[in-house]
Design a binder for this molecule. Structure first.
Ligand SMILES: Cc1cc2nc3c(=O)[nH]c(=O)nc-3n(C[C@H](O)[C@H](O)[C@H](O)COP(=O)(O)OP(=O)(O)OC[C@H]3O[C@@H](n4cnc5c(N)ncnc54)[C@H](O)[C@@H]3O)c2cc1C
Length: 382
């Protein structure tokens, strides 16, 4: 297929170099990393060295100075690495954790956290979700109470990607526990701070190679200088962050769904049943055609929305719709493709089962489907 008109020759050059990197350096390890439930830190270091962790960041912060669409190219190409866990961990590093530091951080924050993270030397995690509050971000209970030049943090976080291995955490906490949205602030926390505890590493249905942690903070003292953005404005700051997270999830989902379709067609062209190629059954062709139409629609919305962001708009409803649609399509397509592989699709050795398990997460993470629907309804004015 020719390149989409959204992308320039520079984007296509980036795509080619990313694809070579992903296919040569990541994909060959996917099975091993998924089986071990871990991938090595050199992935961050290598991607940092190649400039991939700072594609659309300012060169003054160590970035490549690319436009917003480079994020789409990265998310799409990472989908080819064969391990949703690796893609997710990398997204957390360069689409969840570092953009708020670039936008709201001081020069000191940038020197200590942003630049080393873009280089892949320091790994970041994002701590919003708690055992008692996930979708309802304003209901979090972790407190950060000011005491002189420090904040004293107590509380818990859960389902935190990169949480076991992270060098620092972008923490969302209540500086005014009597308030909901207006009581929230953001902090940059070194994970070797006394009082920071990794409670446990959580076992998951999919995304096996990424680490997911439950964290506990007990009288953890964080310097006041580590407040990111304005005190009490953390909810707005994190909602801004979530828009980038959701659009990158949408782009990755479309690419993941496309791969499922392409690889399934290859298989069904070879596999025969009842004396003919399975690809030639009309019911099968229709299933795949339906999947392709859904992927094309989700991708068109994702691209249009990214283009609007690139032009400086803040299209929350469109981002929410793209995230909802693309992640649903990914899971539905992966489910149909698993079905079309028959028993083979249910075998742990096969890629399609991993795609099916991994794609399920995006309908919950970064905002569950129902929360997305609520935002869309609000955007529609009711
Ligand atoms: C593998 C994994 C990685 C994750 N990584 C991170 C991370 O790095 N950092 C982080 O902070 N969080 C992370 N999360 C957490 C994720 O963002 C939350 O799980 C998600 O936001 C949902 O919150 P919850 O699990 O508390 O579900 P709840 O808020 O308890 O909701 C449960 C269900 O209730 C329904 N529901 C909720 N609200 C509404 C509503 N308004 N209307 C209708 N139905 C509703 C939905 O079906 C929802 O799925 C991760 C989660 C997983 C599973």
């Amino acid at each position: 297929m020719p390149a989409h008109p959204l992308f320039t020759e520079e984007h296509e050059d980036l795509r080619r170099s990313l694809r070579t990197f992903v296919e040569k350096e990541l994909a060959p390890h996917a099975d091993e990393w998924e089986a071990e439930g871990h991938f090595p830190d050199w992935v961050f270091q290598r991607m940092g060295e190649l400039g991939y962790l700072g594609l659309h960041f300012d060169p003054a912060d160590g970035g490549q100075g690319g436009d917003y669409l480079t994020m789409l190219v990265l998310s799409e190409e990472m989908a080819r690495c064969g391990s949703g866990g690796v893609s997710m961990a990398v997204s957390v590093q360069c689409e969840y954790v570092t953009p708020p530091i670039a936008k709201f951080g001081t020069e000191e924050h940038k020197a200590i956290y942003l630049r080393p993270a873009i280089k892949g030397e320091r790994i970041g995690a994002l701590g919003i979700t708690e055992p008692d509050a996930g979708s309802d971000v304003a209901g979090i209970r972790t407190r950060a109470i000011r005491d002189g030049d420090e904040y004293v943090v107590n509380g818990r976080k859960t389902y935190i990607t990169n949480g076991v291995r992270a060098d620092f955490l972008l923490l969302v906490a209540k500086t005014d526990p009597s308030q909901r949205h207006t009581g929230i602030s953001l902090f940059l926390v070194d994970t070797d701070t006394p009082g920071f505890h990794v409670e446990k590493r959580l076992a998951k249905v999919g995304m096996h190679s990424s680490d997911t942690a439950e964290l506990r903070f007990e009288d953890m003292r964080v310097p006041a200088a580590n407040l990111l953005g304005e005190e009490g404005k953390g909810f707005h700051h994190i909602m801004w962050e979530l828009q980038g997270e959701r659009l990158s999830a949408a782009a990755g989902a479309c690419a993941g769904a496309q791969l499922c379709i392409d690889r399934t067609i290859e298989y069904l062209r070879e596999r025969t049943a009842f004396g003919q190629r399975i690809a030639d059954f009309q019911a099968v062709r229709h299933k795949l055609a339906e999947g392709q139409a859904m992927v094309d629609a989700a991708r068109a919305l994702t691209y249009e929305t990214a283009w609007r962001v690139q032009l400086g708009e803040y299209p929350v409803r469109a981002i929410t719709e793209a995230k909802l649609l693309a992640t649903r399509v990914h899971f539905e397509v992966a489910d149909a493709c698993l079905q079309l592989h028959g028993g083979l699709g249910y075998m742990m050795e096969h890629w399609v089962q991993r795609s099916w398990r991994d794609s399920r997460l995006a309908r919950i993470g970064a905002g569950a489907d129902e929360v997305m629907l609520d935002y869309i309804a609000k955007g529609m004015g009711f």
